[in-house]
Design a protein around this ligand. Structure first.
Ligand SMILES: Cc1ncc(COP(=O)(O)O)c(C=O)c1O
Length: 397
């Protein structure tokens, strides 16, 4: 099936055709080829020999994701952080320099600190909204890899991917964009000039909180060749069963993102009006400093926001007492989640590092699910009322 003219929604709904690998019975959804080995009949020319190196279920989803990401190739990994590890393993050598934002997912930061110890990798920090600063840092051509998120997690800053890719191209650094929060349905980093787009499929892509996975995609044949070699050599490829579970979420990705966004926007606007809330950071809000860029760059704003409460006590009370938002890590699931970043997703940051990116102990990260938004609002309202009552009662004693 020639997919050149199809829109994303069509591509995602036709895995069996777009994936390009025909099941012998014409199954409408690619089945799970749960096998370690395949017949070796043609002495080295068989399409498959060993699942670590290749598997029809995995190839089919990789092909589909390549079409969705405008990539020449995609590699599926066991986890999202596994995709980042594959990137670092492939391109970093002793003393390499990596340019990143401090406002980066905690697991990525922990991994980079590991490479700092293991390979003496230098971590250079930049605020990617300051293009002059980035130009300056890249200008001596010593940076090997630039790794960015947009929106950043947890600060939700929006980075101008086109502008940054112009700079990395000017100085010959590899630009990799972690697209876990936005997803390719919202923005396609490779079309904006990035060399590599990678993401966790654990979140919005699979969409149901039922599997862990990652993907790394590129439109550069030489980079893909190196990534594929390391992935196979180190056994980083995702197993067929998990690939299949990831694939189940894809057709509904655009409609889910739209629904997450609609609910998140209503909730964010309501939260902004609460006297106990000091700040709501959500790219879909006009008050977000990068709102105009977000509108230009992203199709959906999704369901993740950060919220500053007026006290640590209220933040902790809210997280502990909500009924519909559970205290869990991760985001992009049908159920809403809430967490204090410093305790869970960004536990690898020190208090000072978190403060540097504007995350306080009274900051929570919320992932708005697919519930009825009025139910979510009454849950929050109930907890705020209960907290106020407890405070009034303790003052009266
Ligand atoms: C921005 C970002 N990138 C990568 C990851 C890692 O993905 P995984 O948990 O699937 O390993 C996460 C996980 O939360 C994330 O938030």
């Amino acid at each position: 099936m020639n997919n050149e003219n199809y829109k994303l929604e069509t591509i995602l709904s036709h895995m069996a055709d777009i994936g390009g690998i025909k099941d012998i019975y014409g199954a409408s959804h690619m089945p799970i080829y749960q096998t370690a080995t395949f017949d070796l009949k043609k002495q080295g020319e068989d399409p498959y020999d060993y699942t670590r190196s290749g598997n029809p279920t995995r190839d089919s989803l990789e092909n589909l994701l390549s079409a969705a990401c405008s990539a020449k190739g995609t590699i599926l990994t066991h986890t999202g952080i596994g995709a980042i590890a594959l990137l670092l393993e492939t391109f970093l050598t002793y003393n390499s320099k990596v340019l990143i934002d401090r406002d980066t997912y905690g697991g990525t930061y922990r991994l980079l600190k590991y490479y700092k110890e293991k390979l003496n990798v230098n971590l250079v920090f930049a605020d990617f909204r300051d293009h002059d600063q980035v130009d300056n840092l890249l200008s001596d051509n010593s940076i090997t890899l630039v790794l960015i998120e947009s929106p950043t997690n947890p600060g939700l800053k929006i980075i101008d991917l086109k502008a940054i890719s112009k700079l990395t191209q000017k100085y010959g650094a590899i630009l990799a964009v972690d697209n876990s929060l936005a997803t390719f349905a919202s923005q396609k980093p490779l079309e904006l000039g990035a060399d590599i787009s990678l993401f966790s499929t654990t979140k919005y892509i699979s969409g149901h909180g039922s599997v862990i996975g990652g993907a790394i995609a590129s439109n550069k044949t030489d980079l893909l060749k190196r990534l594929r070699f390391v992935s196979n050599a180190q056994g980083r490829n995702q197993n067929p069963m998990d690939v299949y579970v990831v694939s189940l979420g894809l057709p509904s990705l655009p409609v889910r993102l739209k629904a997450h966004e609609e609910k998140a926007l209503v909730l964010a606007k309501w939260l902004e009006k609460q006297s106990c809330v000091l700040r709501v950071v959500y790219p879909g809000l006009e008050s977000h400093p990068d709102h105009e860029l977000a509108k230009k760059q992203m199709k959906y704003f999704n369901g993740v926001m950060t919220v500053d409460f007026d006290s640590i006590e209220l933040a902790e009370f809210t997280v502990a007492n909500l009924k519909l938002f559970s205290e869990k890590c991760s985001f992009g699931t049908p159920d809403s989640r809430i967490e204090i970043p410093g305790k869970i997703s960004h536990a690898s940051f020190s208090e000072e590092e978190l403060l540097e990116i504007g995350i306080k102990k009274s900051t929570v990260r919320i992932s708005v699910g697919l519930e009825d938004v009025m139910d979510l609002i009454s849950d929050l309202q109930g907890v705020f009322d209960e907290f106020r009552l407890l405070q009034t009662n303790s003052l009266g004693k």
